[in-house]
Design a protein around this ligand. Structure first.
Ligand code: CAA
Length: 241
């Protein structure tokens, strides 16, 4: 059965692969984006998926954006919190601005997005929430105190909310991707990637966005109602915590 889904950061990188996979699975998808209008329009033309612009770090913008999606596609039954940013710096060089930007966008957005859809999911007795965390929230990463803190916070958020949703037919799960071949990863210094990251990935390559999208499709299925509060690692064997 097709359901209404929102994918934040859904027009690029891992999010674009998730939006496409959910559409292919028969769902009505709204892909949210924050800034890159050109990429978002190209994505809409290529896929036929509706795109909606708002900043997930802003509470009021999320409320309004979700209302606009619901008006076009109906009540949100699937929410994939995928939007995220990096502002990598060693801690001794990390600014307050870079700390707050990452915490607000990557972790604050979970509150901003989940809160407006939660009451409806409870009333209807069905919901699927998937939070895209990261291997670096599980193990920590040099140069990513802000990002690792936000991503670890996403896992705690997932577990607590899963407990609250359990009796209401709402599942809340996290996926922790490892290093995936997207702009976020290719923006890293090539030397760091070659010297410190790639040698640590047992499968010997970066992951593909579609390899994360498969996991999302699994978790949001009607048949996945017994899987909640889980953290699914997809990292090529890099971390098995
Ligand atoms: N492991 C071990 N050593 C590392 C390292 C690592 N992962 N990263 C950096 N270092 C070392 C460097 O080799 C360097 O050592 P020397 O001084 O001996 O040469 C030292 O730490 C300082 O590093 P830089 O010279 O690079 O310092 P910088 O201030 O110029 O840059 C940085 C710091 C911006 C954090 C840069 O190192 C960097 O971008 N690192 C990668 C951080 C990272 O993994 N980001 C993940 C992005 S992708 C993502 O976030 C998606 C996801 O969920 C997985």
């Amino acid at each position: 059965m097709g359901r209404t889904a929102i994918v934040t950061g859904g027009t690029r990188g891992i999010g674009a692969a998730i939006s496409k996979a959910l559409k292919e699975a028969g769902h009505q998808v709204a892909a949210n984006y924050a800034g890159n209008e050109e990429k978002a329009n190209a994505f809409r033309e290529e896929t036929g998926i509706s795109v909606f612009k708002w900043d997930v770090s802003e509470e009021a913008a999320c409320r309004e954006g979700i209302a606009a999606v619901e008006e076009e596609l109906g009540p949100v039954e699937i929410l994939v919190n995928n939007a995220g940013i990096t502002r990598d710096a060693m801690f001794h060089k990390l600014s307050g601005e870079a700390w707050r930007a990452v915490i607000d966008t990557n972790l604050g957005s979970l509150f901003n997005m989940c809160r407006p859809v939660w009451d409806g999911m409870r009333e209807r007795g069905f919901g699927r929430i998937v939070n895209i965390s990261s291997i670096n929230g599980q193990k920590g990463q040099m140069g990513q105190v802000n990002y690792s803190a936000a991503k670890a916070g996403e896992i705690g958020f997932t577990r607590a909310l899963a407990l609250e949703g359990a009796r209401k037919g709402i599942t809340v799960n996290a996926i922790c991707p490892g290093y995936i071949a997207t702009e976020m990863v290719t923006a890293m210094p090539q030397e760091v990637l070659d010297k410190h990251i790639l040698p640590q990935i047992p499968v010997g390559r970066l992951g593909e966005p579609e390899e994360i999208a498969r996991a999302v499709v699994f978790l949001v299925a009607d048949e996945a109602g017994f899987v909640t509060g889980s953290t699914l690692s997809a990292n090529g064997g890099q971390y098995m915590g």
